[in-house]
Design a protein around this ligand. Structure first.
Ligand SMILES: C[S@@+](CC[C@H](N)C(=O)[O-])C[C@H]1O[C@@H](n2cnc3c(N)ncnc32)[C@H](O)[C@@H]1O
Length: 286
């Protein structure tokens, strides 16, 4: 079992550790097969079809990508015609994103910031705000997150999130419960606003490069679906579409099996659970 410690300290300490962790893993991710930089290099958008279908046509739109990591998805949206801005807490990620943008001549703006502390650093408002896969667990305060999104959107603008389902976050990471399955709830569903500290263990491996193990502790928050949806409603956004899926786009847990559609599900014998969700919310015109 990965050791987990409740962290009651300042969120600033948690963000500092998380930033160091993401700085450390960025070069590992950027050279991993998982992130498909080579495909991007050959001119492709690396966005999963599932994502582009969900978000729809972005050409000509101003798009803000929250927690953009080293910018591959952001730059892929730009290749699909959007005018993009990406924000991430990791300086290494933002440096790499800017490097890729200039290497491939893709126009884009990147800002290094905690997305909850951007304080007027964004220029103007956006038609779209986008965030995806593995973003919310790094944020301690979803009420502020909702307000950041609402503030960044133009009236009539749309927010899209495609994210791991909080139910999947309760499932054990890295280690099987038995030889077939690691789908046993272990982590909290109702996170109660407290982050959990994950300390590195010798054989922990990175999702993008199993040969790499970070030495940094991370601090993560568990948000139930009601908190996610509630934060957007409280910020004045109107939920237009909400879907849950019994699959994810990659092998996120040991024991998952790939279908003919290229999507990964819990193995036969385990009741299908929601592993991913998508949500679209609009900022009212007036
Ligand atoms: C799993 S990754 C990004 C998800 C993206 N869809 C991907 O697969 O590359 C999470 C990202 O969130 C960033 N991050 C974590 N906490 C953040 C915060 N408070 N503000 C801004 N970015 C943050 C990390 O630096 C990292 O790049």
């Amino acid at each position: 079992m990965v050791p987990v410690i409740r962290h009651d300290g300042e969120p600033g300490e948690a963000y500092a550790h998380n930033r160091a962790f993401w700085d450390e893993v960025t070069p590992v991710h950027a050279s991993s097969d998982f992130y498909r930089v080579d495909e991007f290099r050959r001119g492709a958008s690396v966005l999963h079809d599932f994502v582009t279908e969900e978000v729809g046509d972005v050409s000509g739109l101003r798009l803000l990508h929250l927690q953009c990591h080293f910018g591959l998805d952001t730059l892929s949206w730009a290749r699909l015609g959007a005018h993009v801005t990406g924000v991430d807490i990791s300086g290494a990620s933002i440096d790499r994103a800017r490097g890729l943008a200039s290497e491939f001549g893709v126009p884009a703006t990147f800002l290094r910031s905690n997305i909850l502390e951007m304080d007027g650093q964004l220029e103007g408002q956006f038609d779209r705000v986008f965030t995806s896969f593995g973003a919310l667990c790094w944020l301690g305060d979803l009420k502020s997150w909702g307000r950041v999104i609402a503030g960044a959107l133009k009236p009539g603008g749309v927010f899209n999130i495609i994210e791991f389902h909080p139910v999947m976050d309760t499932l054990q990471q890295l280690r099987p419960i038995n030889e077939n399955v690691d789908a046993f709830p272990q982590y909290p569903y109702f996170g109660e606003g407290v982050s959990l500290r994950f300390d590195p263990e010798g054989d922990d491996s990175d999702y993008a490069d199993p040969s790499f193990s970070s030495q940094e502790s991370t601090f993560e928050w568990f948000h139930p679906m009601s908190e996610i949806v509630g934060a957007l409603i409280d910020a004045g956004l109107v939920i237009e579409r909400f879907r849950e899926y019994p699959f994810v786009t990659y092998k996120a847990r040991q024991g998952m099996v790939e279908g003919e559609d290229g999507l990964w599900r819990l193995p036969p014998g385990v009741v299908p659970l929601p592993l991913m969700f998508s949500l679209r919310a609009a900022k009212p015109l007036a």
